[in-house]
Design a protein around this ligand. Structure first.
Ligand code: HEM
Length: 109
């Protein structure tokens, strides 16, 4: 069963664009990871400061293998370097774990 692993990153007010820029320049090593099914970086549009990195995996094992792999370390090589404003791009982060309980998808027009 596909699992969703969400990294909820609390971002300083002035560092959102920097976080987005870094993801745009990301290593991409996760894309070749066995069992990786995709990810989205979600930008808050209601004034909150939590950005969501939503990743989908074939199963729990696939995610755990990635987190303990060199690919994860490589993908995060620059994640703690300060932003151009001098501060961090993330103040804190939480890992949330979900699976699809129910869903529906509409056919494209
Ligand atoms: C300590 C907590 C974490 C922080 C602060 C963090 C932050 C970041 C940042 C800033 C990047 C952009 C790459 C860079 O700047 O070099 C990145 C890449 C990424 N992060 Fe995290 N991350 C953390 C943990 C996680 C976790 C637990 C997940 C999984 C749910 C995750 C998923 C990803 C993915 C998929 C990428 C792209 C990697 C690639 O392209 O290979 N991160 N992270």
């Amino acid at each position: 069963m596909t699992v969703s692993k969400i990294n909820a990153i609390t971002v300083p007010e002035d560092a959102g664009d920097e976080l987005a820029r870094r993801f745009a320049a990301r290593a991409g090593t996760v894309d070749d990871q066995d069992g990786f099914e995709g990810f989205e970086l979600l930008r808050p549009t209601d004034g909150r400061h939590q950005w969501l990195v939503v990743t989908r995996w074939r199963d729990q094992d696939a995610f755990e293998t990635w987190v303990s792999s060199p690919a994860f370390a490589h993908g995060h090589a620059g994640s703690d370097r300060p932003s151009p404003h001098g501060g961090p791009v993330s103040l804190s982060s939480e890992l949330w774990s979900y699976e699809v309980a129910l869903g529906s998808a509409t056919e494209g027009d």
